[in-house]
Design a protein around this ligand. Structure first.
Ligand code: SF4
Ligand code: SF4
Length: 377
């Protein structure tokens, strides 16, 4: 059966190694070892191949927009010329009418003023991974010697704010650390004038739970609810946008959100590994060694071939193939079972609610009630 999904973009693993070694990283520390067999950097030949395939896809599908997310490992390890060549080649090989969005997700440690100049000149938007503004919040974000990355990341972040070359200030992507204080974190990010924030639940599966995770506790919801109240009732017009709250709020109000953690995710991103392998969501690496391998490669397959690959097809349809508990859930229209990786167990595959189910249920119910309160005043 032909899927109706649209390929919105590609997540490009331009570097398979990282200058950090975060304890929760699904690339290196949750059981997958495939990075060891990858070339360190994506070659120009793979870039040419993937841009040719994207060009064909855009022409045949009629899509007018496409997003490239430069990812890793650490995408700044590849050097300036990779990005100059990539954007030049994309202009050459993609249909001229295509609106191309470039995003780079970095740990920020190498983010100098010169990087800001190069990325700004190419219209690449930057996202920085940072779990808060204290050592405690960032205790899992360490380098290969076990040392904190916080000060180096903050220096990189500061460079972006001082740069005259960037049109867009970077957003911050944080994995929730329950040891950090939501009020201090919110105030700290506001003082840094962060405009876009998002929060991720730590990755894991039923067989490979996040460190310190306890099924009978609902701590993540409580942490997020404290943050939500600060944000929702903050009258400051300059307050940051917070992705997870915006998505849930929109869905509660009946909006249509295309996002892989909540709502209907019918626009998809494929992963292109450093050697050109085509893979589904990269956090599925937490399900086990080689779990994301598909036998598809950009040099030998088209992007549409991925629609027939069983795991990728399952990921595309994942929010329509929910377990019984999710199907009967009162907040399913918002949650849709959460992020697919968090549903996995060796025994039952993806036929489970999310490991974060209780937190989602409490958080979504709470936000729905606050919105209802406001609407009925
Ligand atoms: S910075 Fe990102 S890619 Fe690097 S170890 Fe940390 S989580 Fe993994
Ligand atoms: S809250 Fe739990 S049961 Fe409900 S849809 Fe989400 S994961 Fe499924």
């Amino acid at each position: 059966m032909k899927t109706e999904a649209t390929i919105k973009g590609l997540v490009l693993k331009v570097a398979s190694r990282c200058n950090l070694n975060c304890e929760y990283c699904y690339m290196y520390n949750l059981g997958d070892e495939t990075y060891k067999a990858q070339p360190k950097f994506m070659s120009q030949s793979i870039v040419n191949n993937l841009l040719n395939k994207v060009g064909t896809y855009l022409t045949q599908s009629g899509s007018k927009t496409f997003t490239f997310i430069f990812h890793g490992g650490e995408p700044l390890l590849v050097g300036y010329d990779f990005y100059r060549n990539f954007v030049r080649k994309a202009k050459e090989l993609l249909p001229a009418y295509t609106i191309v969005d470039y995003i780079l997700q970095t740990n920020g440690v190498l983010l100098t003023d010169e990087w800001c100049r190069v990325l700004g000149s190419l219209d690449v938007r930057i996202g920085i991974s940072l779990d808060g503004l204290t050592e405690v919040a960032n205790k899992y974000r360490i380098d290969h010697q076990g040392k904190s990355s916080l000060m180096a990341t903050l220096k990189g972040f500061s460079n972006t704010h001082q740069s005259k070359y960037l049109k867009y200030l970077p957003g911050i992507l944080s994995v929730i650390n329950l040891e950090s204080n939501p009020a201090q974190l919110y105030q700290g990010y506001k003082e840094l004038k962060v405009k876009h924030l998002n929060f991720l639940f730590p990755d894991g599966t039923y067989d490979n739970l996040p460190k310190g995770y306890k099924f009978d506790e609902i701590n993540y919801a409580d942490w997020l609810i404290e943050l939500f109240d600060l944000w929702f009732f903050d009258k400051d017009p300059q307050k940051p946008q917070i992705g997870i709250f915006n998505h849930i709020t929109n869905l509660v109000l009946g909006g249509h959100v295309k996002y892989d953690s909540f709502g209907e995710g019918d626009n998809i991103f494929l992963i292109i590994e450093t050697n050109g392998d085509i893979e589904p969501q990269d956090s599925l690496k937490a399900c086990g060694d080689s779990f994301t391998k598909t036998n598809l490669n950009i040099t030998t397959h088209t992007l549409e071939d991925s629609f027939n690959q069983p795991l990728i097809k399952f990921c595309i349809d994942s929010q329509q193939t929910l377990c019984q508990q999710c199907q009967n859930c009162s907040v399913v229209e918002v949650c849709r079972g959460g992020y697919i990786t968090h549903r996995y167990s060796r025994d039952r595959g993806f036929d489970n609610p999310s490991i974060h189910c209780k937190d989602f249920e409490k958080l979504i119910t709470y936000i729905s009630e606050r919105i209802s309160d406001v609407l009925t005043v």
